[in-house]
Design a protein around this ligand. Structure first.
Ligand SMILES: [Zn+2]
Length: 64
């Protein structure tokens, strides 16, 4: 059984090809950032949460 071939996976967040390896402590994510986003610990950077759609009719009044 050969395990030398690097296993590449797509980051669940951004689909970037990343190495699935014990050295990659963020696996299967490409980076700590994507890992944190997936864990919901990065909410202060991105308020756009999939699954929380904004009804188009509920738009803000034209205040600008
Ligand atoms: Zn990523």
């Amino acid at each position: 059984m050969t395990t030398d071939r690097p296993l590449m996976v797509s980051c669940p967040r951004c689909q970037t090809e990343t190495l699935y390896h014990p050295d990659n402590r963020f696996r299967p994510f490409c980076s700590e950032r994507c890992q944190l986003i997936d864990l919901g610990q990065w909410a202060d950077e991105s308020h756009r949460i999939p699954g929380d759609p904004v009804p188009p009719d509920f738009d803000e009044p034209d205040t600008h």
